[in-house]
Design a protein. Structure first.
Length: 712
């Protein structure tokens, strides 16, 4: 199990540089055989989780020998070595798919058993002439084991024997001690269950026999014979309540003043009078058993608390009358003490009962089973089942080899190297599907458990990540994905936007962005970002100014309406503030226009001093001065955009940077584009063509004005 890779091998490896690191190629059987000599520092991944990957988790579970839900290098090497030892033609691993029977190595005993088991599985499946076996056939335990009464797993189900007595006994053991699941999927028992069952029966019978011995020696352990256990249940069901009643009655007999407080007051009944009495009520059950009085008599048929009436009637029928104590319609305190005395020996004996799970069985059934040979018969079945264990173990090995034959190379190309991730034609096992949102298709989508926890480490990826909640109406569960946007811009990517996610099985899920990690997406976006920010700033200021002016005018209008009919207010408004306000507004507008004009004049004078070929350079310089810092920052971040933190946050241990280049980013995030053979028609009503002509006309007019000014 603990395989330590050797780095001193002489194998000639082939490397390809992808994602900023050298990645080894696994192309031949010799590469697989020499994999243990490859330096672990050259593996792209050191470990990966078993779950939430787009590969059969059962395969990863078989590789995960220590069952810690992680696959590590040494476990991967163990799987490779075992697979190579079991195949005589390991070249078929690179083709994947079903396991050819001719590829199984039969040079040793284990290989012969494995081939025989594969043929037996195919025969059970109704395909005895097949030359290959699929994972689905090898893993179909219901058909493989369901046709076998015994299957070597140490568990025997009820149908393991045709004897009705054995089937009944197996059912009783499962009912008393619980069941184990057989490989066929049916419940059954093990030898440990069988031994525990008979051991508990032996202790139970010894305890019961001791009670019978005590009875013969003068102690009345069973006052009602075989009916004593059932009668005792009815007795203890009311014992505490009856003791409470007699204690209250004795207190009332001691002091008559206690009688009234010990009985419920009228106020209590007034409070609950409007309640529903059709269902059992705990508040009424808590009231005294009957009316408290110094007489100390419990009525059984009349005047009893309705919540206790049924239990008192059972006590009368099961205990009092069979014991022959009293008339049966009431119970005096001395009669109650006599009942308790009759059960005292049984109570002490019952307290010594051993803790077992077989109390569901009657003592007669226990003694019958102990006296029978059924235990030996079941032991014989278990021994026969154990003899089949080696053969059935080979059947398990068939499933294991079939899974490795199908999945091992795929797993290595996502563990030793990331060939599938950097191949545009296939998807890596950590790519969960495609997200369609904002006119883009994101192919780098990872399943995540908690977006908040994942984002802590994923921030280091320098990528723009959108965490989306995925749900379907026909699915009770939802999950989250982390989608990387690596092309386009982020202007419309906001929390709350909806999209559609298609998983690797083709199912469509409704998605909503719930969290964002914002980073530059492209150089193009960085070039336009300063202008977008300036436009956004100007727009916000204009909007704020417009709102302020609208409120001021609204207030002025309301003031004017209120002053209508008031000569003094009208005269003041006409002679004073209105003229002053208008003059101030005109003065402010003039100053502003003057400042703008002066600035434009200075700009045009400067531009006029330039030659015709210097003007484009100045414009270009201004553009670069504005956009270059944003573009440089974006370039620095984009060249460091990496996959590793995203996978590490999902439970991987990635061994390199695994960069996401701009070219790969355009592949991982595809933007909408019109087909080459499509025909576009501008709709006049939409204003698209008018807008284009208007923009072109304004640009041309501005160019002519500037040229004329500079020339003349």
């Amino acid at each position: 199990m603990n395989i330590i890779p050797s780095f001193n091998g002489t194998h000639s490896w082939n490397f390809t540089r992808r994602g900023g690191i050298f990645q080894v190629q696994i192309d031949t059987v010799e590469d697989l055989r020499a994999l243990s000599t490859l330096d672990p520092k050259l593996w792209v991944a050191l470990s990966c989780p078993v779950n939430d990957l787009e590969i059969d988790p059962r395969t990863l579970s078989l590789i995960d020998h220590d069952a810690d839900s992680r696959v590590r290098i040494e476990e991967m090497l163990t799987a490779v070595d075992w697979t190579l030892a079991r195949l005589s033609h390991p070249e078929s691993l690179f083709a994947g798919g079903d396991l050819p029977l001719a590829a199984i190595n039969c040079e040793d005993a284990e290989g012969e058993k494995l081939l025989a088991s594969a043929k037996r599985i195919l025969a059970n499946m109704g395909a005895p002439e097949a030359t290959s076996i699929s994972v689905e056939q090898a893993a179909n335990t219901e058909q493989i084991y369901g046709k076998s009464r015994l299957n070597g797993d140490g568990v025997i189900a009820k149908d393991a024997s045709g004897d009705p007595e054995l089937q009944t006994l197996i059912g009783e053991i499962m009912d008393c001690l619980g069941a184990e699941i057989d490989r066929s999927g049916e419940p059954g028992i093990t030898k440990a269950k069988l031994d525990a069952f008979f051991d508990q029966m032996q202790r139970y019978e010894s305890w019961w026999r001791q009670g019978e011995i005590d009875t013969t020696q003068g102690e009345d352990v069973f006052p009602l014979g075989d009916a004593t256990p059932d009668a005792f249940k009815h007795f203890i069901a009311v014992e505490q309540k009856i003791d409470d009643f007699f204690a209250r009655c004795q207190l009332a007999a001691f002091d008559a003043r206690a009688e009234a407080p010990l009985n419920p007051g009228v106020a209590l009944y007034s409070e609950i009078a409007d309640s529903d009495f059709s269902q059992p009520r705990k508040d009424i059950e808590a009231l005294p058993l009957a009316r408290i009085s110094p007489s100390s008599t419990v009525p059984i048929l009349e005047g009893i608390n309705p919540e206790w009436r049924a239990r008192m009637l059972s006590l009368c029928e099961k205990v009092i009358r069979p014991l022959g104590i009293g008339p049966g319609d009431s119970l005096e305190i001395d009669e109650w003490q006599a009942v308790k005395a009759r059960f005292e020996a049984y109570r002490l004996w019952r307290q010594s009962k051993p803790s077992t799970g077989i109390e569901k069985l009657k003592i007669k059934r226990v003694r019958a089973l102990l006296a029978s040979d059924l235990r030996d018969k079941i032991n014989a079945l278990l021994e026969e089942d154990a003899r089949l264990a080696p053969e059935m173990k080979a059947i398990d090995s068939v499933e294991k080899l079939a899974r490795y034959h199908r999945d091992l190379i795929v797993l290595l190309q996502n563990f030793v190297n990331f060939k599938q991730f950097y191949d545009e034609q296939v998807s890596a096992i950590f790519q969960a599907g495609e997200l369609y949102l904002d006119g883009r298709e994101c192919q780098l989508c990872l399943r995540v458990g908690d977006p908040t926890k994942h984002a802590v480490l994923a921030t280091l990826s320098r990528a723009f990540v959108a965490y989306c909640e995925c749900r379907r109406q026909d699915s009770p569960t939802k999950f989250y994905i982390a989608a990387v946007f690596s092309a386009g811009d982020s202007s419309n990517l906001i929390v709350g936007r909806n999209g559609v996610f298609r998983d690797r099985k083709g199912l469509l899920w409704d998605t909503t962005i719930v969290r964002l990690i914002e980073n530059p997406i492209s150089i193009h976006e960085a070039f336009l970002m300063p202008y977008v920010r300036i436009g956004r700033f100007i727009g916000e200021k204009i909007e704020k100014w417009a709102v302020t002016r609208d409120k001021a005018m609204q207030k002025q209008m309301e003031t004017g309406v209120d002053s209508v009919g008031d000569p003094k207010a009208t005269e003041t408004s006409a002679n004073g503030p209105a003229i002053g306000g208008l003059a101030a507004m005109l003065a402010a507008g003039g100053i502003a226009l003057g400042a703008v004009g002066a600035g434009l004049a200075s700009l045009f004078n400067t531009m006029k001093a330039l030659t015709w070929w210097e003007l484009p350079l100045v414009v270009l310089g201004v553009i670069l001065m504005i956009s270059l810092p944003s573009m440089v920052i974006a370039w620095l971040k984009l060249r460091k955009r990496t996959l590793a933190p995203l996978l590490d946050a999902s439970g991987w241990a990635v061994n390199g940077r695994t960069l996401i280049s701009a070219k790969l980013g355009r592949v991982l995030t595809k933007r909408a584009s019109l087909p080459l053979s499509s025909h576009c028609k501008f709709d006049e009503r939409s204003g698209v063509r008018n807008g284009l002509w208007a923009a072109l006309g304004l640009t041309l007019l501005a160019t002519i004005v500037v040229w004329l000014y500079l020339m003349f």
